[in-house]
Design a protein around this ligand. Sequence first.
Ligand SMILES: [Zn+2]
Ligand SMILES: [Zn+2]
Length: 395
Amino acid sequence: MEQQIKKLARQYASEFVAIRRHLHANPELSYVEFETSRFVQEKLTSYGIPYEIKATTGVIGLLKGKNPEKRVVALRADMDALPIIEENDVPYKSSKPGIMHACGHDVHTACLLGAAKILSELKDEWEGTIKLIFQPGEEKNPGGASLLIKEGVLENPAPESIFGMHVHSSLPSGKLSFRGGMVMASADEIYITIKAKGGHAAAPQFTADTIYIASSLVVSLQQIISRNNNPFNPSVLSITAIQGGNTTNVIPSEVKLMGTFRAMDEAWRFKAHDLIKKLSTSLVESMGAAIDIKIDVGYPFVLNNETLSAAAHKKAASYLGAEHVEETELRMGAEDFAFYSHKIPACFFRLGTGNIAKGITIGGHTPTFNIDEDAIEIGMGMMALLGATNGGLGE
Ligand SMILES: [Zn+2]
Ligand SMILES: [Zn+2]
């Protein structure tokens, strides 16, 4: 079957490059992927795959192979784009000002459609049922994955495992990478407002200096990770915005701070939230100001199932050649696939889309992000193969 999938992936590659270009030219922001959703629905219908709609724009296809009760495997692609003005000069440049597929979700959607077409053609060759999850809103809290889970995407029928793929420009096109265990971080947003009376800069004794307090707080917050966290447990706290004041002789009555907290351990994550709140409150109050602190809880860390990821790595090595499959490096980026990964055995892997010779090296979330489209044949073939074999565990 590996050979049949490879042959069909090659045969259909140009069709799905064209589909990727269509999606790239017509990007939509998180949770309003209406045209994309309709496009996916039409394609699934043309492959004879029934589907249902969840979370407004999510499309959940259900494809049955031989012996459909044997097992259910889920394959997931995200569909949303970003609020970025595209600067690439390509024929398939975004037709929507200020919206761009700068994270490769156009590629993920095209590859999963490609896998759907291949799997439906080969449905007498593989066993079980495949749930095709075309997901809205990966880029924005609360995360489309969490909405789909609430609406029952992991039930009726319940998948025993789930696979997700992400393009990666620092991995060369032609390669894939896998890793078991933690692989990406949780991400929570911190919002702090420091408030005091404000006053004349020449008479600080009559007020509390919100600028000085904010500065002390930025410095003090760094001890939370360095003095409380196990040094072998990856974690980051970055204060990314300070807003307050607008002239030389006034102490402002308000300073706002923003930041992000990342971790790969749920117990430490929530302990750290507590420490951040306690330290901020006591420091700011002890210096005579009031504080309003809010931590917006985002996505958990991505936890790849060890057995499933090792099997999928092996399967990929057999499909592409061992020299083309690497181990994914740990990164503190976040991804809402994490929500699935804490519910059922999951494998989130990378599709190499960089190509130095073609000048394709720029990372995601930038106005000149692009991919080597030769990777699409590999992406769609790999998703099909993982679905048909449950990452190799089902053989
Ligand atoms: Zn992104
Ligand atoms: Zn992404």
